[in-house]
Design a protein around this ligand. Sequence first.
Ligand code: WAQ
Ligand code: MG
Length: 248
Amino acid sequence: MRSSKSGAHLCGAEAIVDENSISKTVYSFVKRALSSKRGIPDSVNLKVEAVKKEPVYSPLLPVFHVSQPPSEVLAELFKVASVPPSLGLSFYSLLLKGPSPTGEVMRGALIVEIPSGKRLEPDKFKGVRASCLGITSRALKELKEKAGKFYTDRLKDALVLTSKICSYPNVLGELCVSDDPDYTTGYFSIPKIGYFRLFNLKPYGLSKGGRVIFVNSNLEVPAFIEYLKEFPFIGNSFPGYYFELPFR
Ligand code: WAQ
Ligand code: MG
């Protein structure tokens, strides 16, 4: 699903579900589009497609609940991911300003090459959108149990999305700031290490945000984009929800 107003992106969502859940899912996506805090859309697009490729089943990344303010940990997280902190932080600022050339929110993610800082996404207005994302009922149950009161559906969606992104060779990490004015929680995730859940990542009330995928120069962009769009990825287990950082 994606919704827009006067051509500007408002919100989007995608899921792999079984046949019995199609109507329910379509209904919930329309409801989500119409209740977005970013505004009332004048257009909602929905696409329902059969999964054509054999899905890849994979464990989700573990989640680290970061209690420190983002300003105290972001630089360290960038270092762990081999992203130069000054470059990482400059893209964080860009997300808060609106990363499209006109300062608006993009529908998809930026792809940024490290160490050059060059933007590799072919369309700088739209970015690259990942799709074909699913989670098994067993993995969802594990996630809900382990996250307990910290579980939200947003966490589920974001964790599946970034676990797919981080499974691709030559990805170094992904930074995400929601574009919803009332959702100030975001994350930085690092392949094989985890999803670092960051609170108060942006000022309350700001309708800006976005995603940056940091990659090294060995990454082949067209194949990566095809992977993000076309290859079904289904999370089938969840390692754990932790309150201490895995380093330090
Ligand atoms: N593929 C690529 N980029 C996307 C996608 C996608 N499927 N969906 C969203 N984006 C980009 C797009 O530029 C949006 O403006 C931006 O990300 C933010 O999207 O509690 O709510 O749907 O741990 O606003 C993460 C924290 C919440 C969850 C993320 O993102 C938690 C969120 P939003
Ligand atoms: Mg949003």
